[in-house]
Design a protein around this ligand. Sequence first.
Ligand code: SF4
Length: 474
Amino acid sequence: MWIKLISPMTTARPMDSIWKTRMAPPLSLLVLGSLTPPRHKVGLEDGNIQKIKLNDSPDLVGITVKVDTAPSAFEIADRYRTRGIRVVMGGIHATSCPEDCAKHADSVVIGDAEENWPLLVEDAEKQSLKPVYRNSVTVDPAKIPIPRWEMLNHGRYLFTNTLTIGRGCPWRCDFCYNSSSNIDSSYRMKSIPQIIDEICSLGTDHVMFIDDNFIGSPEFVRKLLPEFKRLGITWQTAVSTNIGLYDDILDMMAEAGCKSLFIGFESVNQKNLMDCRKTQNRIQGYDSTIAKIHARGMMVNASLVFGFDGDDVSVFPATFEWLVRNRIATMTAHILTPYPGTVFYRKLETEGRIIDRELRHYNTAHAVFMPAKMSPRELVTGYLKIYDDFYSWLNILRRLPVSDSQVMAYLQFNLLYRKFGKQTSMLGRIFGMRRLAEFARRTSYPKWRRMENAGQCNMFMNGETALTGLTTNR
Ligand code: SF4
């Protein structure tokens, strides 16, 4: 069979350039590529880097669906199905709201695909697709294969060095997909040899760990970090705010090459955090956590959410003052968005406060519900203004990192990616996104190097890894 996998184009926010939309490939579809028996031909089209062809005739189309890409996904599916081509849908929105996708698909995959994708492919071959493939077991991370990187046109992405050390998150914040009853968010880790094998498959010593929460298991991370130090990688990841409780892990992260941490602070109002069950966040510990991270030479990318019921228009200047005072290197702000299927969505639905059901607007840049203490317009205006203020010349200078080692990466992100992202991304189109990303890495991290094959990587591995037989030259 010829199986075509599609990731529809995401809806960019006003401040996003193509650096953002072409940041990284859809990892889940590369994993599906690896899970597909080799006798089948598998192709990938990503709407963020190319126009989706709709006049071809694959035997099966698989579409990954996020909430903001759902309308495009449905249009693509309908076009194929009118020509008798079968379409299956999966991904976070298909899992959270399978009934939405079922109207446009022959089959919907609910939950992790590792168990069900090979069965689905077999059924498709026998012309006996089932309407639903629901994952009923917690997938053992050992069954997550290395993504099929050769399916990609690497030069068209900013980063193709993404991987995870596990799945899930120990927390259940109300606005997060991890609160959705269809999503298995139980926290699981891959084995250390598996992670090292995956790092080596990337062919670079700069790695982006895109886990929901890298410190889901502090005990595991304490065992993993010495291996990163041995490998000599440079890396970034996302952690929850309770990282501030683990001074020893912060020390180990810095020694193991971590350069920046994405952290979901979300709000500087404690009641907002308690109301959404983000109980691990304690605002009295925020400043000291940031100081500890900075003192170890790492940068902070603060994630913030606006529109909680405790927020009135004063939330914007209060948050802005906190960001600048703490010299936060980069900020990712969001308008609170009720993702269908989450606890927060059900609450707003019960209260009759959802005012916009156009799913393309569910990209955290629109007010799709009625805020409690400001108007939707005030919420959007404040959100746009905090971006402008944060990335003004004056405030880029005021937030300059104390540590010299962070300055180049800081300026590149603030100026080339954010402030002039629309202009610099044109250079990416001309010279190739990956080439520019490599230039940025070389200037930010002078020791950065490519590891062209896993053989080079094997030199860094410890005995345990080598003994598993997982360190093959793929
Ligand atoms: S800590 Fe982050 S990833 Fe985990 S449930 Fe909360 S918002 Fe989601």
